[in-house]
Design a protein around this ligand. Sequence first.
Ligand SMILES: [Zn+2]
Ligand SMILES: [Zn+2]
Length: 349
Amino acid sequence: MRTFAFLGAGQVGVIDKPVPTAGPNDAIIRTTASFICTSDVHTVHGAMPLPEGRVLGHESVGVVDWVGSEVSMFRPGDRVAVSAITPCGHCSGCQRGHTAQCGGMLGGYKFTGQKDGSLAEYFHVNNADFNLVKIPESLTDEQALYATDMLSTGFVGAEFAAVPIGGTIAIFAQGPVGLSATIGAKLLGAGLIIAVESQANRVALSKHFGADVVIDPSTEDVVDRIMSLTGEGVDGAIEALGRQSTFEACIKVTRPGGVISNIGYHGDGGCLRIPLAEFGMGMSDKLIRTAACPGGSERLTRLLRLMETKKIDPTPMTTHRFNFSEVGEAFRMMESKEDHIIKPLITYD
Ligand SMILES: [Zn+2]
Ligand SMILES: [Zn+2]
């Protein structure tokens, strides 16, 4: 089968590998559509140590090709989605509800992190009954793909921000995760959604998805502007970029007792610094929460339901479309972010 793989630091390419095999609780999926994720780019550039030849990707949907003897809820031919995070459902982390931390720190991230990922003609899903969900007939593959990572991650950012109905929220960066957080904040009833973004197509999408105000950090002092809009600061601030400067700004613009909800990937610097004055010297009652994409079929079912009942439509985030034969070009564009790319859809026909 054709796969898109890590070939050494900064190097990627299409290589042939055997179709994976699976154990009694697992399934093999024939891929029909995938997204490339910014975290695939981080991975290739050193976010985690990987063996050469490891297949990239964790946002894919497809058709069940094979199931193990213990899989009871799925059969070959079922059209399915699977989360980027595929917890075991049994360990202490899973039982406590921290599915991304299955088996230890970020251990729910099995695609690419622990085994071949899903940017391939076939991929393996562990604990299939826990992780797969049938895609409702009314939904396209493209819609279902949004549930695999972008909506789940963006929404957990909004859920953890815990803004009361009618409350205020600031969302730093409107990439696909930040935009999904904006959709989530609106669903959860935020009364004032302030987004921070400078790129024109992302600003337009942010407003489309529910931002009331979009602040351009290249021309405005973001902290001053948010404080003047809210007086006391926002109830919750979401960090969806992964930078020291935006993490710091989140702490500054959050009111005492509010929540800083971090879903950005912080890959540099070794430590994140906290501005002490705005953190009340450690006594501000401000809460910092962090999360990765939660996994499991129950959450996927809810995310798909929102699209089935037409409450949300994330597909305007799909800016580019490629056949799998062009996956290298799609990845290169995600690295350079050229042509204002947000999400590239990869199909396999
Ligand atoms: Zn992803
Ligand atoms: Zn687990």
